[in-house]
Design a protein around this ligand. Structure first.
Ligand code: P6P
Length: 337
């Protein structure tokens, strides 16, 4: 009988990695895990209850809010509020930050940025969706947290991860000491360690991009796509194109198999579509900790200075050699402008 390590046991065991830890981060990660199990229950029966479809509201992105992403947002904020370890939540579903001023949270030292249900447009067609979270430490110790404490560079994250609600439900996270994956065992209602010390292959044969935007891509990206498609047995080309349209699912596949996910600038999204604080930074932290790379074509995603909560960025993320290759194409194209 192999030893089963639950997420809770693992978090406690790893707490020793942080000599000054008093358990707050451990409890915060536990709170996120609990909310993920509650959201998973609803995602798994989305087709059976009236939780599908638009609820008529739109978020700051102007995107129609599906009932399930509003439900997910409520569950994660509720878990963070009652857990008492988080003083501010920045959510994709809210224009502004949510300051948790409850008595137990006013001295909490962590800030959470979250996309409660990424890829929610895929819910109605039963395609994998995900939750993405990023955890920062406050930079002040008293009074309400200030906006500059929330807009910290990705390299200051203390933890980050995602939940993928797919053929199974997994929670994958890092605290800066590697990446570990936990699969939800519904029979016991626990996330169990299933993918210890996850590493991304340095190269792969999968490229993931919405080629419908091809004509709008920068020339360097067009050149890279053509490079992926040209026959060259020495470098395992042509590569395979796989695009789920759910960032968590595309990146999780690449983490396991190797590959690159690209969301460049386009004319409809001149700054890129994906959001820095609660999509790109947390996934960049995970992929870098797994040995991969994440860049905007010129600099590390985690070095980008945030200026506002819902800031967008282009992103090239995945196997290190593949990210380096697309950066080379982008740089070459820039020199020819
Ligand atoms: P497009 C989902 O809406 C999302 O935010 C990511 O999960 C996904 O990778 C991307 O947008 C898909 O965008 O423009 O290709 O539909």
């Amino acid at each position: 009988m192999t030893k089963v390590t639950t997420l809770g046991q693992f978090i406690i065991e790893k707490q020793a990695d942080f000599p000054y830890a008093k358990g707050e981060l451990s409890r915060l990660l536990r709170d996120i895990g609990i909310a993920a199990k509650i959201v998973n229950r609803e995602v798994n029966k989305a087709g059976l209850v009236d939780i599908l479809g638009d609820n008529g509201t739109t978020n700051i992105q102007g995107e129609g809010q599906k009932k399930l992403d509003v439900y997910a947002d409520e569950q994660f904020i509720s878990a963070l509020r009652s857990g008492g370890e988080c003083c501010v939540v920045a959510s994709e579903e809210h224009d502004d930050c949510i300051f948790i001023n409850s008595k137990i949270s006013q001295n909490a030292k962590y800030i959470v940025c979250i996309d409660p249900l990424d890829g929610s447009s895929n819910i109605d067609v039963n395609v994998s969706v995900g939750t993405i979270f990023s955890i920062y430490r406050r930079t002040t110790t008293d009074g309400p947290a200030q906006i500059d404490e929330i807009l910290q560079k990705g390299e200051r994250q203390v933890a980050a991860g995602y939940v993928i609600y797919g053929s199974s439900t997994m929670l994958v996270y890092t605290t800066g000491k590697g990446v570990n994956g936990f699969t939800l065992d519904p029979s016991i209602g626990e996330f169990c360690l299933s993918h210890p010390n996850m590493t991304i292959p340095s190269r792969g044969t999968i490229y993931s991009i919405n080629e419908g935007n091809y004509t709008k891509f920068p020339q360097g990206v067009k050149d890279y796509i053509k490079y992926c498609q040209v026959e060259d047995a020495m470098s395992d080309r042509p590569f395979t194109s796989r695009y789920i349209g759910s960032m968590v699912a595309d990146i999780h596949r690449n983490l396991i198999k190797g590959g690159i996910f690209l969301y460049p600038t386009t004319s409809s999204h001149p700054n890129g579509k994906l959001r820095l604080m609660y999509e790109c930074n947390p996934l960049a932290f995970v992929i870098e900790q797994a040995g991969g790379k994440a860049t905007d074509g010129h600099r590390r995603i985690m070095e980008i200075e945030p200026h506002h909560l819902h800031q967008r960025t282009p992103i090239f993320i995945g196997s290190s050699e593949m990210v380096e290759k697309v950066e080379a194409f982008v740089r070459l194209s820039d020199t020819q402008l």
